[in-house]
Design a protein around this ligand. Structure first.
Ligand code: KG4
Ligand code: ZN
Length: 341
């Protein structure tokens, strides 16, 4: 019998739906909300409204592209959290109502776990255990992945996420939201050692990124006082230097995690794993240290529903269903994960 699941992602500013059959993605549709760019960040109320408008066409597109009808489905999955409450509510409510109308079970998925499970969409797939550096707009975590649905968080940020640090520094440079991809683009053309920013070193495997934002703000104030054109004249070098600092903080902890766990099979996941500087640095390190690395395809780095579908497939195999009482959880932790700090 086929196992065919519709998965819905609406945790932040992408309305997405995907269909998976027997573990293979048949469609992966995303409607990106452009409206937030002009506000310099996500406006939660506008995000929920856009999800309301996009959800039906995105789901229909996902079914059509997969060349199936709703009657071919065995389950409907949705992102339960973490994320913005109003955004999550749209996906969760839609999925529950749709499943109820079709008399199907629902599956509630943790968004961060799904970012990691995106590595099981295509070959090569990592074997267990592996370490995953999960880097997104809302999270920065070092996760020991024991099996598809068993994970241990061994380090995490104590303040800002690394994606947030990218976006906030980009904003100070006058770049539109989300600034991470733009910093990455300009950084390719600049000198990463042109400027130096302090790196706050946390004990254990934790991260801190809030200090860099503040020091960057003072750095720009100082420089633009004497030269108002400082940013435009040095944009590439500034971006390269900021990016170098952020990647250095991530890599330092990743090396420490490898030393502490002895695990040399390493994956990256989440929006910031699209960063070319991070991808190149990891590739070099893997060669030098004989690590096996897993870098997701660009389309599976940032938010998408294919990763939710992949996670749903493993939940379905284990009979892990949600019920009508399952509600959105904006601060949801990876289920069954132990936190070792
Ligand atoms: O995983 P994601 O799409 O959403 C969350 O779950 O947060 O991650 C979005 C984050 C944003 O902060 C965005 O600026 C960052 O990923 N990002 C990047 C790049 N592409 C996306 N940061 C640096 N370089 C990139 N190429
Ligand atoms: Zn995400």
């Amino acid at each position: 019998m086929n196992i065919t699941i519709l998965a819905i992602e609406s945790s932040c500013d992408e309305t997405a739906a995907a269909v998976i059959r027997n573990g293979k993605i048949l469609s992966n549709i995303i409607a990106t909300q452009e409206i937030h760019a002009k506000y310099g960040g996500i406006v939660p109320e506008l995000a929920s409204r856009a999800h309301q408008q996009n959800i039906v066409p995105v789901v229909l597109d996902a079914l059509n592209t997969a060349n199936i009808t709703k009657y071919d489905l065995n389950a409907v999955a949705y992102t339960q959290g973490p994320g913005l409450l109003g955004s999550l509510l749209v996906g969760v409510s839609f999925a529950k109502a749709y499943a109820m109308g079709l008399n199907l079970p629902t599956i509630a998925i943790n968004h961060m776990q799904a970012h990691i499970l995106a590595h099981f969409i295509d070959d090569p797939k990592p074997s267990f255990p592996f370490l995953c550096l999960t880097v997104s707009g809302g999270h920065t975590q070092l996760v020991k992945v024991i099996s598809h649905l068993e994970m241990e968080i061994i380090g995490q940020t104590n303040d800002d996420a690394v994606g947030e640090a990218f976006d906030k520094t980009a904003k100070l440079l006058g770049l539109p939201y989300p600034g991470g991809p733009l910093i990455d683009q300009y950084a390719q053309l600049g000198n990463p050692l042109a400027y130096k920013f302090p790196q706050v070193d946390m004990p254990n495997l934790d991260f801190s990124f809030s200090g860099i934002k503040t020091s960057f703000l003072y750095f720009l104030k100082e420089k633009t006082k004497t030269n108002p054109e400082f940013i435009t004249e040095n944009r590439n070098d500034i971006c390269a230097s900021v990016q170098f600092t952020l990647i250095s903080i991530l890599i330092k902890k990743l090396k420490k995690a490898v030393a502490e766990t002895g695990i040399t099979s390493i994956a990256i996941a989440g929006g910031v794993s699209a960063n070319k500087g991070l991808r190149n640095t990891l590739e070099k390190l893997a060669q030098q240290n004989n690590w096996q690395i897993f870098i997701p395809k660009f389309e599976y780095c940032t938010d998408n529903a294919a990763m939710i579908a992949m996670a749903a497939h493993y939940h379905y195999l284990q009979g892990r269903y949600a019920n009508l009482e399952t509600v959105p959880d904006p601060r949801m932790k990876i289920p069954n994960s132990t936190l070792h700090l």
